[in-house]
Design a protein around this ligand. Structure first.
Ligand SMILES: C[S@@+](CC[C@H](N)C(=O)[O-])C[C@H]1O[C@@H](n2cnc3c(N)ncnc32)[C@H](O)[C@@H]1O
Length: 814
């Protein structure tokens, strides 16, 4: 009887709360005129801020009034005219396009006139999200439409920045298009919003609840009441293991919809997308968290099974009889046994990174046609290299094992050319960069240019400048001024100094890329522009594949979409961009939060933007060891991207050498490399009379100096290595075998006329991505980031501890 009375009380209380909630809803959408379509209009249509969950006055979905966001300490991210797109796009031509898209999304979401309450498009999908129906497949006919949905959902999210279901719909679209990496970022944000909804002390709690309520209020009343009734009559087990009742302040309806639908779909999406990206450890963490709430969910169970299958396969545990096809254990238990026997039961030992597609995303408007912008590029080049010019050049098209359509074996890219004859020994490019990073917390390096700070006891010590508001130090007043003008105020005093610093040598390369990203984000925030519009990154080629999207995309099958087997869900494209949940999603979001950037209101920092930035850095960043004279041996520690320097293409017979201290420089080589024909001693090398002088038989050497209109050729690998090893090193940065004249010659392909001729003669050799390059020169190692990391991991492991200690001494921050 007591129980009965208690249930009645519960029902009464819940109905009262439901009534209060319903009463607070305005269900009539505003007319089109209500919509803010200009920054000024938008600032005037703020909804009164929610005061308590369940009692917040709600705007109509068309009214786009999502409540004012809390002002972060620096007042830079208030949700009004300073918010994206206004803040990002500013006066740019993209502004009009964005507003048109936003308006279209609004119109798409709701009909006009009599129909106006009928939800449409992506908004309709958000309203219809249910845990019972997850479709991650589309047909080829739906491809274009699905691509178009992405900017539409982003525009809708601009109206409802903390509306969790919109993040889920976006994650689903990415999965359908074969971008599980982008899906994981959106699903993770949805998970953060679910945490905010469940935690009344979270700063986003009210608005996240409001966002979900916006969706619930348009659900059929019968379903709403039915869900509430089920909740009231459910025992604790049926409430998905929730240990306690939700906080009194949490709207019970929001809580029920969250657990019944949105949280469950989020876990499924996040774990599945991470499996597809090769992040098995993170996927397992996600599944373990989900299991506590949804222990009986079949889909989560299937994903857990496939995580173990992939782990075992990727660790080569399952193939015990070489040559015989391997049959996976039929039971879930079988996987445990495989992992247990191989000593890999502990998920902390599982792989947690993979490769994802590297491309100009179909909705990315920032990758301009660089050929059309040669004037702008050459203005930048003239500032650092007055005798050089950027021009279009044809290079072999590599697609890492994926055949290019006939006739498309050559791609047009950019290269650097001499505007006049250049003498041996001449310095022809001298470029400084503010896009630098160093991953040693205690080293005496300039924060802006990453050069060694002057010796604190030496005569130049007085040139060192410290920021008066934080601990950061610069080598000179000029660098301090540059940092203040370019990025430093965006992070000054934000407690970010320790992020990605002093990591294990094996993590050194990833930490440097992450720190380059951090610098870029700070520059974008400080300059109020989109990260991809920064002049320092805008013209960098991200080594994107050039395969036609619609031609190469193919649909996932029902089986692989649901089981997670789906390597095929990457939809027929090469995957060459390294991805890890930690470095590509979690760490960047953490950095942004530290910088007081609202990750829900600033889509200029969405996953695809971060991936695009990483793609650009991975092809172009150079690295070196810190420490005076380069004597330190601790993994790559300093890295930088130089926008002009990195436009020079590679040859194994380069005509310039490069060095990098405070600036990066090209010097015309005084002596070109000698090509040794190892294949045939008797080969006739007298084909070029100019090159044979003073060279042993079987050797050719080009004359030093660069003629007017000749291409400036850098080198991305150690050119002292034999041809096969050189090609192996360079594959990672070129995407295929180097076809320079020397490589063609040394690999037995014969002498090819002209330096660049080998490059232009595409041989169609397409290889898997490999490691990149290294070079030893002038006593200081300068190599591409990944290789220095790999190399240094070996060196550090082998180095006696005493030596390590002495290398560290004397390198403290000033
Ligand atoms: C650092 S960028 C060089 C500039 C680049 N060509 C551009 O247009 O920005 C490196 C990229 O240029 C291309 N590349 C450079 N040297 C090459 C070569 N010898 N053969 C084929 N592709 C080359 C590859 O796509 C590589 O990923």
């Amino acid at each position: 009887m007591e129980q009965y009375a208690k249930s009645l009380q519960d029902v009464d209380a819940a109905l009262n709360r439901l009534n209060a909630t319903l009463a607070s809803y305005k269900t009539v959408p505003a007319t089109n005129d209500d919509t803010a379509t200009s920054p000024s209009a938008q600032t005037q249509t703020q909804t009164p801020r929610a005061t308590a969950a369940g009692a917040a006055p709600m705007a109509s979905p068309v009214g786009i009034q999502t409540g004012e966001r809390r002002s972060p300490p620096d007042n830079r991210n208030v949700k009004d005219s300073s918010r994206w797109p206004m803040r990002i796009l500013g006066q740019s031509a993209l502004w009009a396009a964005w507003m048109a898209l936003r308006e279209a999304a609004r119109r798409q979401a709701w009909g006009r006139g009599a129909e106006r309450e009928e939800a449409r498009g992506s908004w309709k999908e958000a309203l219809e999200l249910r845990a019972t129906q997850t479709s991650l497949q589309i047909s080829k006919e739906q491809l274009v439409e699905t691509c178009n949905c992405v900017p539409e959902i982003v525009a809708l999210r601009d109206y409802y920045p903390l509306c969790m279901p919109l993040y889920i719909v976006l994650a689903q679209k990415y999965m359908q298009l074969g971008y599980p990496d982008l899906a994981s970022a959106e699903a993770y944000k949805a998970l953060l919003l679910s945490d905010a909804i469940q935690d009344t002390s979270d700063e986003n709690h009210l608005e996240a609840c409001e966002g979900i309520r916006t969706v619930i209020q348009h659900q059929p009343l019968v379903e709403r009441i039915s869900l509430l009734k089920t909740e009231l009559h459910a025992d604790v087990d049926a409430k998905h293991g929730r240990p306690t009742e939700p906080d009194e302040e949490t709207d019970v309806e929001v809580d029920v919809w969250l657990r019944e639908h949105y949280l469950l779909i989020t876990y499924r999406l996040l774990s599945r997308s991470l499996v597809l990206c090769g992040c098995y450890r993170s996927a397992w963490e996600c599944i373990s968290r989900a299991h506590k709430l949804y222990s009986t969910d079949k889909e989560l169970g299937d994903i857990a099974y496939w995580i173990r299958a992939y782990v075992a396969t990727s660790l080569n545990l399952a193939v015990d009889k070489p040559g015989q096809p391997w049959v996976p254990p039929r039971t879930e238990h079988g996987w445990d046994r495989v992992l247990h026997e191989a000593g890999h039961r502990d998920p902390s030992t599982w792989p947690d990174a993979g490769m994802v597609r590297r491309e100009v995303y179909p909705w990315n408007p920032y990758e301009s046609d660089r050929i059309k912008e040669l004037d702008a590029l050459n203005a930048m080049m003239a500032a650092v290299a007055p005798k050089l010019e950027v021009r279009a050049v044809e290079l072999p098209a590599f697609a890492r094992g994926f055949p290019y359509p006939p006739g498309q074996a050559v791609v047009t890219q950019l290269g650097v050319f001499a505007k006049q004859d250049l003498a041996p020994g001449e310095v022809i490019l001298d470029e400084t960069s503010i896009l630098t990073a160093n991953n040693k917390l205690q080293d005496a390096l300039c924060d802006a240019c990453s050069a060694d700070l002057p010796d604190i006891n030496g005569p130049l010590a007085s040139s060192i400048v410290g920021c008066p508001d934080c601990d950061v130090v610069f080598c000179s007043h000029a660098c301090y001024e540059l940092a203040i003008a370019c990025y430093h105020p965006a992070i000054c005093g934000d407690d970010i100094e320790a992020i990605a610093k002093d990591v294990e040598p094996s993590q050194a390369a990833d930490s440097l890329y992450a720190l380059l990203l951090l610098r870029t984000l700070a520059m974008a925030k400080h300059r109020d522009c989109h990260p991809l519009e920064l002049s320092e990154v805008k013209y960098i080629w991200g080594d994107f594949h050039a395969l036609p999207f619609e031609q190469h995309w193919h649909a996932g099958t029902a089986a692989n979409a649901m089981t997670g087997v789906a390597r095929a869900l990457h939809h027929g494209f090469p995957r060459t961009l390294p991805f890890s949940f930690e470095h590509s999603v979690r760490l960047p979001l953490h950095m942004l939060e530290k910088m007081n950037v609202d990750i829900f209101c600033n889509p200029q920092y969405d996953g695809w933007v971060l991936n695009t930035l990483y793609a650009k850095f991975r092809g172009t960043a150079s690295a070196r060891l810190s420490g005076r004279g380069g004597q330190a041996v601790r993994g790559p520690e300093v890295s930088a991207v130089h926008a002009m320097w990195c436009l020079a293409n590679h040859s194994c017979d380069p005509n310039v050498s490069w060095d990098w201290g405070g600036s990066v420089r090209f010097t015309v080589k005084e002596k070109r490399v000698g090509w040794v024909d190892t294949a045939a001693e008797t080969r006739d090398t007298d084909t070029d009379t100019e090159t044979k002088r003073g060279v042993a038989k079987g050797q050719v050497r080009s004359a030093a100096g660069i003629k007017k209109d000749e291409e400036v050729l850098n080198h991305y690998c150690d050119i002292e290595l034999p041809v096969q090893q050189r090609r192996e090193w360079a594959r990672g940065s070129l995407g295929g075998d180097c076809m320079c004249a020397r490589c063609v010659f040394e690999s037995g392909g014969g002498v090819v006329g002209g330096q660049q001729a080998g490059v232009q003669q595409q041989a169609g050799v397409q290889q898997q991505a490999g490691v990149q390059v290294q070079e030893q020169e002038e006593g200081c190692e300068r190599v591409q980031v990944a290789e220095l990391a790999a190399k240094q991991a070996d060196v550090v492991a082998a180095r006696p501890k005493k030596e390590a200690r002495s290398a560290r001494r004397g390198k403290t921050r000033v």
